[in-house]
Design a protein around this ligand. Structure first.
Ligand code: ZN
Length: 314
């Protein structure tokens, strides 16, 4: 199905009732293809270049302010990242997480794009990803926790007091879990491979507003949809969120070099469609997904899944 391109760029009032329109604005920026260069690292600028080449993205230049970052992160940690970048050095903040002279700037743009996605019900297509970032340190390719920053912004500035975060990245979103472990106003629900990096999110790990669904290596569409039905949907429905943010990683996709799972584009479309029926307000934020050949189709399938169904002709 093609609900992109011509339709969204050529609004036509006469046909507006019978077309399927994208539910989400795709938000990105060419800086994501240029800054925070990571060389041969899987989390590299080419990921976003592939998306910009294939999808009709809108440019956003929204950078998270220090105040917005420190709603989730320790001020000393934000200063550490800023100082590392301004030193002009390139090095590692954790064994997997590179920091370059432009990383602080780009991480602020990534978090700001997530904020704008929440403001506009959009899909933030930025990098670096965020869901492993802890309050006081970088981890697993992540500098600032984009989804957590956006959730706090939604609560403070948009009056959306109950926020659900649904994380379908193949890795457990340990940083997001940590941010909101003691906060009953934010529900965190994660589907992830386990045991696997970062090691957390195993059976029995959770609380009233932290729900983890560990899945075996090689899980595909059927296992993901079954987990969605059995656990994710009941948890989010009963929480009654004002906003649902999808931590949308695509490294559980078949063919991803890191994930070892078998979810197809159709599987992501189904997960997105089900997620879209759980809350009246939905935003998505890109996390992982390291096969640059398939990433655009996976994002497209997700947006298609979230698009409202065309009303019947009348
Ligand atoms: Zn991941």
């Amino acid at each position: 199905m093609s609900s992109f391109g011509a339709e969204r760029n050529a609004p036509d009032a006469d046909n507006s009732l019978t077309r399927t329109l994208p539910a989400l604005d795709l938000l990105s920026h060419s800086d994501f293809t240029r800054l925070h260069p990571t060389g041969s690292h899987p989390e590299r600028p080419e990921r976003i270049q592939a998306l910009l080449d294939a999808l009709p993205c809108e440019v956003t230049s929204r950078r998270a302010s220090v105040e917005e970052l420190t709603a989730c992160h320790d001020p000393g940690y934000v200063e550490t990242v800023a100082a590392f970048s301004s030193s002009g050095r390139t090095g590692y903040l954790d064994p997997d997480t590179v920091c370059t002279p432009t990383s602080y700037e780009l991480a602020r743009l990534a978090a700001g794009t997530a904020i704008e996605a929440v403001e506009r019900s959009g899909f933030a297509l930025g990098r670096p990803p965020g869901h492993h970032a802890l309050p006081d340190r970088a981890m697993g390719f992540c500098l600032f926790n984009n989804v957590a920053v956006a959730a706090r912004f939604a609560q403070r500035e948009l009056g959306l007091s109950r926020v659900a975060i649904f994380d379908w990245d193949v890795h457990h979103g340990n940083g997001t879990q940590d941010m909101f472990w003691n906060d009953a106003s934010v529900l965190f629900v994660s589907l992830h491979r386990w045991p696997f990096y970062p090691g957390s999110g195993g059976p029995g790990e959770g609380n009233a507003t932290t729900v983890n669904v560990p899945l075996s290596a090689g899980a595909g569409d059927a296992a993901y949809v079954a987990a969605m039905e059995a656990t994710v949907e009941p948890a989010i429905r009963s929480f009654e969120p004002d906003l649902l943010i999808v931590s949308a990683g695509f490294d559980a996709a078949a063919g991803d070099p890191l994930g070892g799972m078998l979810v197809t584009a159709e599987g992501f479309r189904e997960l997105a469609s089900r997620a879209g029926r759980l809350c009246g307000r939905v935003a998505c934020v890109l996390e992982g997904g390291y096969n640059v050949e398939t990433l655009p189709d996976l994002v497209r399938a997700t947006v298609d899944g979230l698009a409202p169904e065309a009303p019947a002709p009348r």
